[in-house]
Design a protein around this ligand. Sequence first.
Ligand SMILES: Cc1cc2nc3c(=O)[nH]c(=O)nc-3n(C[C@H](O)[C@H](O)[C@H](O)COP(=O)(O)OP(=O)(O)OC[C@H]3O[C@@H](n4cnc5c(N)ncnc54)[C@H](O)[C@@H]3O)c2cc1C
Length: 405
Amino acid sequence: MDRRKKGYTDAAKIHFPRPWYGEYLREVMDQAIQDLNATVILEKVTDLDLLENGKILVHSPSSVEEFDLVHLCVGHMAYQDPYDLYGNPRYIHNPYPAEEKLQIIPQGSRVGIIGTGLTGLDMMRCLKMLKEDMKIYFVSDTGRFTTVRVHEPALSLQYVTLENLELEKQRQNGFVSLDRMIEWFEKECESLGINLSETIAKFGQGTKEQLERQLIDNEKFGVLQAIIHHMDYYLPNYWLALNEIDKKRYRQEYKGLFELIRTSIPQETVNNLLTWWDSGQVSVFKDMESVTEFPTEFEIGFSGGRKLKVDYLINSTGQNKQIKISKYNSALLNNTLNKRILQPEPFDGVQVTWPDSCAVSQRYGVIENLFVHGQIIEGLQYGNNSAGMLLRHAEEVVRKLVEKM
Ligand SMILES: Cc1cc2nc3c(=O)[nH]c(=O)nc-3n(C[C@H](O)[C@H](O)[C@H](O)COP(=O)(O)OP(=O)(O)OC[C@H]3O[C@@H](n4cnc5c(N)ncnc54)[C@H](O)[C@@H]3O)c2cc1C
């Protein structure tokens, strides 16, 4: 689709409101459906079966149909429920679509948002837009926000490159150590004039003071964000070059910080947060330990014995990426796990071959006509929480398939 139709020649660099992006996707989708003469069946798929003739049977409440090939693109996994509140009418477990879900909260309520990530901030903004008189409390284990999305200068990388990765893999039996990757990253920062440890000390805690400071002192930080975002499309290559011990070490020691910088917050949202925080309309509580349910309210417990009462709680703790059969999953996910068509991956989601994206099953081996995309393969396609990465990979998978036909 030609983005210029909308009057934007540099759309890739602009941060559009979400509804516009949604409209754009809808237009692209409608056009593609028309061009391909595709049939759209609006139904929830509940199960799959692999047939002896190699085809895949797709079940929905009103039909069972046989397909030669299936792409599973079911989106994100089930939300976490860390305080076991699922089913409480004052607890919003899955907060999207936000405008619809937040309607149940009356004016004047005390609302707790569990989690300080991008979903939590989205909830804050949506609540303020929908209701004027609302007391908002962020409640979380860390009380830590991420970082401000600042201007990223154009740059090209010298050390953290795919070429270096491939060369090192050839030298080291197909693997690259985490230490080597960190060395490249540090060299990259140094060559671009960034003192990494100083920058991390300055901005790596996600506190109010650090957010305030970033709004005015962000030139170097923009370079750091640019390096990390340059790596985006190759994150799966880096991830899959690590051995299992290094993958664990990365997750324990570095992932939190890396994601804090990568998953940045638009400036407008940070400005809102700081203004409402200063005026007392929003408060932030950390060291959350428990939630006690009462008929008309919740009591939240924090370490040291502090307590807070709220009328409603919104879950913004993100998805549970460790896959297992559970009451929170869709029927489709539970059924395919139960039949071992899909197989959990130790580093989240389910197993696929990379980069072909074919499901890997203990029972059926590599299923060459079942392709899996999206967050559910994040354990292999590290960092795939962006539409761009998913699109690019899907295109690659489909192109290869077409070439084989
Ligand atoms: C609030 C929010 C803001 C975001 N902002 C950004 C951003 O600024 N930039 C960015 O790059 N990414 C952003 N993301 C992430 C981005 O939206 C996702 O990475 C992307 O939408 C995932 O695409 P997907 O096709 O894998 O899944 P989805 O877009 O979730 O699509 C999954 C589809 O599968 C359907 N489905 C699921 N289960 C079944 C079933 N059993 N049967 C039939 N159909 C089923 C669903 O109805 C849905 O249509 C954001 C996400 C959220 C929630």
